[in-house]
Design a protein around this ligand. Structure first.
Ligand code: HXC
Length: 517
């Protein structure tokens, strides 16, 4: 056996050293917090044995406080590529054991390098974020490093899917990077995001708040609408990334991957025929309807805790990924407000960017009235939904299940907004407004003069309901393609999706529109 080449021995030693991150003690501290290390996370995220690391020998941290260049293993980030379900993804994972995962110039170079490779190759980017933010010793170099990442987040948006997993601190301006990406997943209890932390808030506003309440996973999932999904552990969060990617194409010129579906395409669901109560004032669960219509177990709701009067999420129909948009009549009667508008608008644009057909269920009495919403700009926010639907060129199918009044009807994927196929259930009420409101306006004088105004109002409301609150006036006018039994929704939608598979829309040439934001 010839003697080992000393240069190869040296390489192995250097590799082993670079894999130690910040050393045993810091790794133990990381584990004690219930967090995995940067490398352990990558191993769990990717298909076993597929990770190929890039630039592990980068150590050149620039320290404004020292004449010597600092030696930081991997510069606090592990980058490279590997596979998820056999498809290539590019990944970076910040190493909190190395200077708190703080971002210096070379860490930024490493992250930008994998982002550039991902776009050149047309593959998704996954960022695992666990960092104290801009590396203080590197001064403006670290700020420039963030700017380089933000610029790529923005320019690559809509080209390849970008997913951020927040697995520790993500504070200050650093939080703008995930905010620019398509999907944010936060680990409960161990991650947080905020622009200014509790100490600064205490000093400036004298407000007392802890990090978890200010920017923990639940806060961003339910209050700010930043975190699409949360997970109880690092392992769960990484499994969630794999699930999300299973619905997405590698890039904006590919179609999303069709999965095998054990659910028959022609399955009827008799329960759906009994779902919508006869009394229009009695709510029902649209979540229930969605679960019954899409491929069994395939619905992945996004932002499920935020603006719960609206529903958005990914699902499959006969194995084909689709985006689901709806209102939840069980919540605020399904009315649309500012937060619901933002939630729907961004999701519609996300689906359109990645060639995911959009299926919209409509049951909404309209936008929430009142000064609060008007003063905060409900018109501006509602316009975004119109804009997003009008601009979306993917196959669009809508199903009116019950109320589709006024603006909500028009905005939420009506035929003349460019929806390809519009269905309505027999319970649909497509009208300018609900019967009560309409009767008060139309018959004001008649009601004033009536001997028994209440009895007259009831009679007129019923008359209006008979005449307008049904799907047939819209179907007669060609606004609805067909009135269908609820139980046949699945097969009708799947057939429409198949017929629309090769849809092409020639967009009018322009630099870009001026979306109301
Ligand atoms: C350099 C940092 C660092 C940073 C942490 N460390 N943050 N080093 N720059 N920004 C180092 C610590 O010195 C320590 O080093 C190690 O990381 C672990 O940090 P600890 O404080 O011991 O950990 P912990 O108690 O868990 O607290 C984590 C923390 C805290 C909450 C993140 O470190 C912290 O508050 N850091 C500063 C956060 C911050 O203000 N960042 C700048 C945000 S502004 P040793 O050697 O002891 O292990 C920003 C601007 C971006 O990011 C602008 C873009 C537009």
């Amino acid at each position: 056996m010839p003697e080992e080449d000393p240069r190869i021995i040296e390489l192995r030693e250097m590799r082993a050293k670079s894999r130690q991150g910040g050393g045993k003690e810091r790794i133990a501290a990381q584990h004690a917090k219930g967090k995995l290390t940067a490398r352990e996370r990558i191993e769990i995220l990717l298909d076993s044995g597929t990770f190929q690391e890039l630039e592990p020998f980068v150590t050149q941290g620039h320290d404004e406080t020292s004449p010597e260049p600092s030696k930081i293993p991997g510069d606090g980030v592990v980058t490279g590529f590997g596979k998820i379900d056999g498809r290539t993804v590019y990944v970076y994972s910040q190493d909190f054991t190395v200077q708190g995962g703080s971002l210096g110039e070379m860490q930024s170079h490493k992250i930008c390098a994998v982002m550039d490779l991902a776009v050149r190759n047309g593959s998704p980017i996954v960022g695992l974020i666990d960092s104290g933010g801009a590396r203080i010793q590197e001064g403006v170099r670290s700020l420039g490093g963030y700017a380089e990442i933000f610029r790529r987040n923005a320019l690559y948006s809509g080209i390849v899917p970008q997913i951020s997993v927040i697995m520790g601190p993500c504070a200050g301006g650093a939080s703008y990077s995930p905010a620019l990406t398509d999907i944010i997943i936060m680990v409960e209890k161990t991650s947080y995001m905020f622009l200014t932390g509790p100490d600064v808030i205490r000093t400036v506003t004298h407000e007392e708040v802890d990090a978890e309440t200010l920017g923990g996973a639940m806060t961003h999932h339910t209050v700010s609408g930043l975190a699409h999904l949360t997970a109880p552990t690092d392992q769960d969060a990484l499994a969630t990334v794999r699930s999300v990617l299973s619905y997405l194409p590698n890039n904006n010129v590919e179609n999303p991957p069709v999965a095998g579906s054990g659910d028959p395409a022609n399955r009827m669901d008799e329960e759906l025929n009994h779902l919508v109560p006869i009394d229009p004032g009695v709510p029902y669960s649209m979540h229930n309807a969605i679960h019954r219509i899409v491929d069994s177990g395939s619905f992945m709701e996004l932002l499920g805790g935020f603006a719960r009067n609206a529903i958005v999420g990914l699902a499959r129909m006969d194995g084909m990924p689709v985006g689901i948009v709806s209102q939840e009549p069980d919540m605020l009667g399904g009315s649309v407000d500012i937060d619901a508008s933002d939630k729907i608008c961004r999701f519609v644009r996300f689906c359109d960017a990645y060639n995911i057909p959009i299926i919209t269920f409509v049951d909404s009495p309209g936008f929430i009235p009142g000064t609060d919403q008007e003063y905060r700009g409900i018109i501006r926010h509602g316009a975004k939904v119109l804009y997003a639907y009008a601009e979306a060129s993917v196959p669009k199918i809508s199903i009116v299940t019950r109320k589709a009044y006024g603006g909500a009807y028009v905005v939420m994927s009506s035929k003349y907004m460019g929806t390809d196929v519009c269905f309505a259930w027999p319970s649909a009420e497509i009208a300018v407004m609900g019967a009560e409101g309409a009767a008060n306006i139309l018959y004001r004088r008649q009601l004033k003069d009536a001997a028994d105004p209440e009895a007259e109002r009831a009679r007129l409301v019923e008359e209006y309901r008979q005449r307008f609150c049904n799907p047939y006036a819209a179907a007669n006018a060609g606004y609805i393609d067909d009135v269908i039994e609820p139980r046949e929704t699945r097969l009708r939608v799947i057939a429409a999706l198949a017929a629309l598979r090769d849809k092409t829309v020639q967009a009018l040439p322009r630099k870009h529109g001026n979306m109301p934001v």
